[in-house]
Design a protein around this ligand. Sequence first.
Ligand SMILES: *Cc1c(COP(=O)(O)O)cnc(C)c1O
Length: 409
Amino acid sequence: MTLRLPIYLDYNATTPVDPRVLEAMLPYLRDKFGNAASRTHSFGWTAADAVTKAREQIADLIGADPKEIVFTSGASESDNIALKGCMERYADKGDHLITASTEHKAVLDTAEYLQKIGLKVTILPVDNFGQVHPDQVEAAITPRTVLISVMLANNETGVLHPVKEIGEVAEKHGVIFHCDATQAVGKLPVDVKDMHIHLLSMSGHKIYGPKGVGVLYARSRNPRVRPTPVIHGGGHEQGMRSGTLNVPGIVGMGMACELCRKEMKEEIPRVRNLRDRLEKGILSALDEVYVNGHPVDRLPTTTNISFKYVEGESIMMAMEDVAVSSGSACTSASLAPSYVLHAMNVPEFLAHASIRFSLGRFTTEEEIDYTIGKVIKAVNRLREMSPLFEMAQKGIDIEKIQWKDDRGH
Ligand SMILES: *Cc1c(COP(=O)(O)O)cnc(C)c1O
């Protein structure tokens, strides 16, 4: 098989739509265009039937009941509804939210907003592996705690949190547990009942579905969780999210979930082998290379590697035909290193030197071998040119150097 360039190893940012997903969607962009809320004719019924089927496909993947599936525009919106909607709905119970320092910005920025309007927010630190511990969560709970929000898999490192144990702590104290499982759903078995998850966020475009569609799972009993809406309107989705349903997107997300469920058992070991091959290939050829995150509790698709003495940005530029992302350029135009790696106590010079490789359904062994070669070549070349590397070769401890940031501090 010939290698097609460029190679995509940024599946945690977004995934291509699986051709089978696209096929399932097309009729709903063409003649089956009805509004799922139209009750008076077959156009509406056809659309509503498709939405019903998608709810079942999605519920099946996460061990939920179809009526617990709320369609949204994506995981950012789901996170917003979970946090804002619960803190508002259960305001009579308290005003305290607990979350963690390595959450996605959709959770952290929402928490910051809630704090600004007067709520109490605890942001738990993570350990050097990037994990939050259930006993930390328990110690942070007060009689005023309404909600705990901890993600399942981190998008930058793939690190998995002990979500089931955190869910048990939440239930023991009668606190609602929200889990942003956007990176884990479809890649690992997720069961909302087994994991004691009351609210769960997921997104279509991270699992080979289309962009602009997501789900909030909201538990219907034990406990029944009903966040207030962020978007008000026609009362769709049991009043939790108004707006005409994105039927083609929903059909695509349903098919995407069905494919993940059916193929997960074969796909997990396949992609884990490729990820391990990539890590071994790089680590065996280069010195002073470090994998960030937990060695075992990690998504099988993801590796985040720091290459001491070189900038992640430079590595990315040196291997143009491999699409990856860097811990120094993640969320914005800022050059501040990743807050996720910072929270894990990864030193700044290693955070700046990090690359996230995220693999997926269409990643092949040829692509991985090509990437290994490119990385080794790029890093060796950059190190030859690097003043830091040169200093280190002369025995200077670069970790002791005092850096100035770009504002001169
Ligand atoms: C991608 C991602 C989101 C945001 O999802 P959108 O559907 O793009 O809004 C939220 N949380 C995590 C962990 C993600 O990886």
